[in-house]
Design a protein around this ligand. Structure first.
Ligand SMILES: Nc1ncnc2c1ncn2[C@@H]1O[C@H](COP(=O)(O)OP(=O)(O)OP(=O)(O)O)[C@@H](O)[C@H]1O
Ligand code: SF4
Ligand SMILES: [Mg+2]
Length: 337
């Protein structure tokens, strides 16, 4: 088994501290700048929701953190990923592999393609313990049943020998959650964990994930398109646009008053039950081409508040207050408007 570097002295800081991360993809058409200086932190017991339209760099950032980025064509061109005091980008592949699963784990959208169709779910869950902890098959099976109970799969003892296709979509996603939790990692990254599920099942799976995260005091990064889903479960939100964080804030502050026009647009496009029939606002225009991100503020071609300075000066991530940042020159106006 690969050796894992002991955690450094910075254990009192955040569990994960992503600093100025840059990722590019070299494609036939040019260099796609997918991640352009992302900063975020997650502490133990905290849930960070990462939001933004398709292509904004949410998954690529997560893949860089997990160490599963497609390289090539991907390349990390700058930044640090400090996890439990160590910069993961300075570790070798063996050390990274030792951390995956045991210290940080990921849950993907599509359980069916992540699970092995020819192995029973019990064997797949048990493998976490036989491979990582040298447990006997018999004990690993008991552990698998315990995990299935934990994610509330009914009749776990009877179903442990069944195959993935014998479970419903929601149950399969519970199995993925069980697998991610099996070694009790400190950090879970859930990339659109409920997107493929029916609406009613989505809420159940999300509630389960949030409850387990609280019980185990894990850090959770929840990637989603859906601002409606995160209100109940997240502590803070990072909004991404064109590979940058454009706003980060405690969840309630952002709902009360966004400090970036893009966040405002996202919030206004959530369907609300109390406003049935009202026309839904959608952010006009398309996300930028990552091969040619507009100069100045990347959001300027779509921003209803854009003015001359926005087309030439790239806004830094301004400090709105201690807990809050916005990459808009006119954040004050947005916040009060
Ligand atoms: N394997 C790859 N090869 C080339 N470019 C890639 C690759 N993976 C990602 N990209 C580029 O990175 C951009 C950001 O991708 P990413 O998957 O992070 O978006 P996302 O925010 O997760 O979107 P979605 O909401 O659709 O999942 C893509 O638009 C694409 O240009
Ligand atoms: S900097 Fe300008 S273009 Fe960018 S979000 Fe703010 S107002 Fe809009
Ligand atoms: Mg994605």
């Amino acid at each position: 088994m690969p050796s894992v570097t002991p955690a450094g002295p910075a254990e009192s800081g955040p569990l994960l501290d992503v600093r100025d991360l840059h990722v590019e993809f070299h494609t036939r058409d040019g260099v796609a700048k997918a991640v352009n200086g992302v900063d975020y932190t997650v502490s133990a017991g905290e849930t960070l929701a990462v939001l933004g339209e398709s292509g904004s760099g949410k998954s690529v950032t997560a893949q860089a953190v997990m160490g599963i980025l497609d390289m090539p064509p991907g390349r990390i061109t700058g930044g640090e990923i400090v996890f439990k005091g160590r910069d993961l980008l300075k570790l070798g592949e063996d050390e990274r592999r030792g951390i995956r699963g045991a210290e940080m784990a990921m849950i993907f959208q599509d359980a069916l393609s992540s699970l092995n169709p020819v192995l029973s779910v019990g064997d797949q869950l048990g493998e976490m313990f036989t491979v990582h902890q040298g447990m006997s098959r018999k004990d690993a099976k008991l552990k698998a049943i315990e995990l299935m109970d934990r994610v509330r799969i009914p009749a776990a003892k009877e179903r442990v020998g069944q195959y993935p296709h014998q479970f419903s979509g929601g149950m399969r996603q519970r199995i993925m959650i069980a697998m991610a939790l099996s070694l009790e990692p400190d950090l879970i990254i859930a990339d659109e964990p409920t997107t493929a599920l029916d609406v009613t099942v989505q809420a159940q799976v999300m509630d389960l994930l949030a409850e387990l995260q609280r019980d185990l005091n894990m850090g959770l990064i929840l990637i989603t398109h859906d601002l409606g889903v995160v209100a109940d479960v997240a502590d803070k939100i990072a909004v991404m646009y064109a590979g940058r964080i454009v706003e980060t804030a405690p969840v309630h502050d952002i709902y009360k008053a966004p400090a970036h026009p893009y966040t405002k647009g996202l919030l206004e496009s959530i369907p609300r039950l109390d406003q049935k029939g009202r026309e839904l606002y959608a952010i006009k225009g398309l996300p930028p081409n990552l091969l040619a991100i507009p100069p100045g503020c990347a959001f300027n071609p779509r921003c209803p508040m854009a003015r001359d300075a926005c087309r030439t000066d790239e806004p830094p991530l301004y400090e709105v207050n201690e807990e809050r940042r916005s990459a808009c020159h006119f954040w004050e106006e947005t916040l009060n408007g």
